[in-house]
Design a protein around this ligand. Structure first.
Ligand code: DGT
Ligand code: CA
Ligand code: CA
Ligand code: ZN
Length: 580
């Protein structure tokens, strides 16, 4: 979204100004403007055309002109000048998680550090100690920040890759002569992160497709281009590989370039034993070199005696044996989800009202939506006191009565406190339909403390779902240590669901742990953690993770009807709090 891009530029401007020692007031003005833009939900282009940008809180004449410039041209010249006036190494240092402009300025002025490499060397050598506010622990954190930054940069997360991939496919399908197109590689397999983005097209005239692709606006740099393949960088520095094949080979190429490499190696071994040869052009009988498949991907698998295997399973972790035995899972589909459990509103830190979020739930065709705003301890997110929660419950119930197809369930995302107790008393929790419990503090507890904390929370009769169970934020925060085996067994035993948080930076549980949870008999819940109405659509990322985890509808709580769901919740309460 445009306002998010401009907000990011304004945040960056504030950092650069602070780095240069500019006035506090200017710095604050940019920060405030950025925050207001992040929350702005109207039509920015329309406002710009009407000359009405100053109706946005915190936007004065100067900033309005910059926004208008961005709307018209996609850039802000003054920002580019400012960025050039600061050594590029310092700009990079600002991206290290946990390093703000104050520290970066200090590092530069006192230690002459002007690059990631110099910072890393100094931190390793213990040369940062003695700077105001820098102790050994801080040095350690800086090193971790550098590592996280580098890792995050190596691979893009699904939230970036999927929309880009869809745009590229739409673009290719409009090129004359292109009959089919698809994403391939790790994106098609819905991996949590994607190294480079692979796309495939079928055409009798590959040259035309290559030409269009390498001259498109998304192509900022060409890394390599031949007659049937090209690698490019987008303006954001993301690498895209394109292959163009003839329609007779499209299915075989799609199979080959979807991977994974390990899956393909295993498949080829199977082929050899059957006197067949598989490559990106087709399946061939080794003895005669006669082509037996190639146009459709399903034909490739059929030629090898297999049913079509969904891309999300193609990691060589048992899917080929399962296919041979006719025991592939009937994977969950997005259309089978009947609701969402983890919805924030502007009662706490969401951007939209209860009514707006409910309307978004109706638009998705859901049967139910649980409103789960933050609990009282989470002050930074405007967590609700018991009184405010009670007010919200009345509002939720009243609105739910007015809706016809959608039921709003009452709920809360309750902090799991350091000792594993929950942030509202049981007398309050029992009034809620759904309780999501999440860790939002004391992330650094050791593994056994954290495991005990989560299990104690699960023993609470009113806890329905553990939210984002490992706390990771890709590129920002590592997961905390927790003993999965113990956690998943306790989830089954206490009848508490584990969340697959679909927020692309979280994807928490990830596919590996989610599959293990299923194997140990736990129930999963796919939730978007939406903070705005458009984020309900992010459920697709959670569905991708669930499919990679081999989940079927019976494993997923929100595949149940409202009546079945409420019965499931009541059963735990009945068992663990029979008096209540
Ligand atoms: P990524 O990009 O690191 O997220 O992972 P992928 O799986 O997209 O890997 P990539 O882009 O290197 O290659 C795309 C697919 O092409 C890969 O999944 C399988 C196929 N492929 C690439 N190189 C080889 C290879 O050397 N052998 C085989 N069998 N397949 C390959
Ligand atoms: Ca790739
Ligand atoms: Ca590739
Ligand atoms: Zn949360």
């Amino acid at each position: 979204m445009k306002q998010q891009d401009i907000a990011a530029l304004f945040h960056r401007t504030a950092d650069l100004l602070e780095l240069k020692g500019d006035s506090v007031f200017r710095v604050r003005a940019y920060q405030r403007a950025a925050q207001n833009l992040e929350r702005f939900t109207g039509d920015l282009d329309a406002l710009a055309q009407q000359g009405a940008l100053r109706t946005i809180p915190g936007i004065g004449t100067e900033l309005a002109a910059k926004i208008a410039e961005y709307c018209a041209s996609g850039r802000i010249a003054a920002y580019e000048t400012l960025a050039r006036s600061v050594p590029s190494g310092l700009v990079e240092l600002l991206e290290v998680p946990g390093l703000g402009p104050k520290t970066v300025k200090l590092l530069h002025d006192r230690r002459r550090i002007d690059s990631l490499e110099a910072l890393e060397a100094a931190a390793r050598a213990g040369k940062l100690r003695g700077l105001p506010g820098v102790q050994a622990k801080k040095e350690h954190n800086i090193l971790r920040g550098i590592e996280i930054l580098r890792r995050g940069r190596e691979r893009m997360h699904l939230g970036v890759a999927l929309p880009l991939g869809q745009d590229l496919v739409r673009f290719l399908l409009k090129v004359p002569g292109v009959s089919r197109a698809s994403t391939a590689g790790s994106l098609r397999r819905m991996r949590e992160t994607v190294g480079d983005l692979d796309v495939l097209a079928a055409s009798q005239h590959p040259g035309r497709a290559m030409e269009a692709f390498t001259h498109a606006p998304f192509c900022a740099r060409i890394l390599g281009a031949g007659s049937t393949k090209a690698s490019i960088l987008t303006p954001d520095g993301l690498q895209v590989d394109l292959r163009v094949v003839t329609p007779e080979s499209y299915g075989a190429a799609l199979q080959y370039f979807t991977g994974s490499k390990e899956h393909n190696v295993h498949l080829r071994e199977l082929a050899v034993r059957r006197g067949l040869k598989v490559n990106e052009y087709g399946v061939f009988r080794t003895a005669t070199n006669r082509r037996v498949a190639g146009r459709e991907e399903a034909d490739v698998y059929r030629a090898l005696g297999l049913p079509w295997i969904p891309p999300e399973l193609r990691e060589d972790t048992g899917e080929i044996d399962a296919a041979l035995a006719g025991r592939l899972p009937k994977l969950l589909e997005a259309s089978q989800l009947r609701g969402d459990f983890h919805i924030h509103t502007n009662w706490t830190d969401g951007h939209h009202t209860l009514e707006e979020m409910a309307a978004a739930g109706v638009a998705k065709g859901y049967e139910y939506l649980a409103i789960c705003d933050h609990s009282r301890s989470l002050r930074v997110a405007n967590g609700m006191s018991v009184d405010r929660l009670r007010q919200q419950l009345r509002a939720v119930r009243a609105l739910s009565r007015r809706l016809r197809r959608l039921t709003l369930l009452t709920g809360a995302e309750v902090d799991i406190l350091a000792d594993g107790s929950l942030d509202y008393p049981d007398s309050v929790l029992r009034q809620l339909d759904v309780v999501v419990g999440s860790v939002h503090s004391h992330f650094r507890q050791d593994e056994s403390t954290m495991t005990r904390r989560l299990i104690r929370a699960m023993r609470n009769p009113y806890l329905t779902i553990v939210g984002h169970p490992t706390g990771r934020l890709m590129g920002q925060r590592d997961p905390y240590g927790v003993n999965f085996d113990a956690l998943f067994r306790a989830a089954k035993e206490t009848q508490t669901a584990l969340e697959i948080n679909a927020y692309p930076k979280r994807l928490d549980l990830g596919d590996g742990p989610a599959r293990q949870a299923k194997q140990l008999g736990a129930t999963l819940a796919i939730s978007t953690d939406s903070h705005s109405r458009d984020q309900l659509d992010q459920v697709v990322f959670g569905v991708g993770i669930a499919r990679r985890a081999w989940l079927e509808p019976a494993d997923v709580l929100n595949c149940r009807s409202r009546v079945q769901l409420l019965a499931w919740i009541a059963a735990k309460r009945q068992r663990l709090a029979p008096a209540g």
